[in-house]
Design a protein around this ligand. Structure first.
Ligand SMILES: Nc1ncnc2c1ncn2[C@@H]1O[C@H](COP(=O)(O)OP(=O)(O)OP(=O)(O)O)[C@@H](O)[C@H]1O
Ligand SMILES: [Mg+2]
Length: 186
């Protein structure tokens, strides 16, 4: 017989301990309760392929209307994560940094993903010119690189993805969000 409550648990660890994560390297997953209703998981990846795989799996927790805000310096792996995310959301197309276009769109019958680069955004007027505010009330998924430049304008329930470069190949990826990111503990 199943234990009561077990079905409610989210088998989060499973997503990240599956292949292709490197064996024998730093690969523990740290899970924290930030505050009531807010959870944080930290995962280490050891190649761009692992980051993309992590993002592809994370996509299964993402739904229409979500906003993912990325933080992390140049070359941290934000675009790599969005590439995996798009794949996991079933979207086609080559995902590259929207450095010059400011926003790239990936569409399907089911879901649209808008991928922003806020690197050069300094003022609210700059932000208006990207069309960002028009996308906020739609049911598309937003993925925002350099979100630290628009912190005041991020919607409630934003999922934060912070990527820290540890060395050439290793990244510490911290995802903070609602109960979807609660660890099952098993
Ligand atoms: N574990 C890893 N995860 C992601 N990228 C990695 C990893 N290890 C090495 N890399 C390399 O780091 C770079 C990440 O590039 P990416 O374009 O994704 O960064 P970014 O954060 O989007 O940078 P920018 O702010 O310039 O847009 C790539 O060259 C990739 O090969
Ligand atoms: Mg980028």
């Amino acid at each position: 017989m199943r234990k009561r409550g077990r079905l409610k648990k989210r088998p989060f660890l499973r997503y990240f301990f599956e292949k292709p994560f490197s064996k024998g390297k730093k690969c523990g997953i740290l899970s924290e309760v930030v505050r009531k209703g807010e959870f944080r998981v930290t995962v280490y990846t050891h190649s761009v392929a692992e980051t993309e795989a992590l993002a592809e799996k994370t996509a299964s927790l993402i739904h229409a209307g979500d906003c993912l805000a990325f933080e992390g310096g140049l070359g941290a792996g934000k675009t790599a994560f969005v590439r995996g995310l798009a794949k996991g959301l079933g979207l086609r197309g080559d995902v590259c940094s929207p450095t010059f276009s400011l926003v790239n769109e990936y569409r399907s019958d089911k879901l649209n993903l808008y991928h922003f680069d806020m690197y050069r955004i300094e003022t609210a007027d700059d932000l208006y010119s990207t069309g960002y505010f028009d996308y906020l009330d739609t049911d598309c998924v937003l993925a925002i690189e350099w979100s630290e430049n628009i912190t005041a304008y991020l919607p409630e329930n934003t999922v934060f993805v912070k990527i820290r470069r540890i060395d050439d190949q290793t990244r510490e990826i911290t995802i903070t969000g609602d109960e979807r990111f609660e660890d099952s503990g098993d």
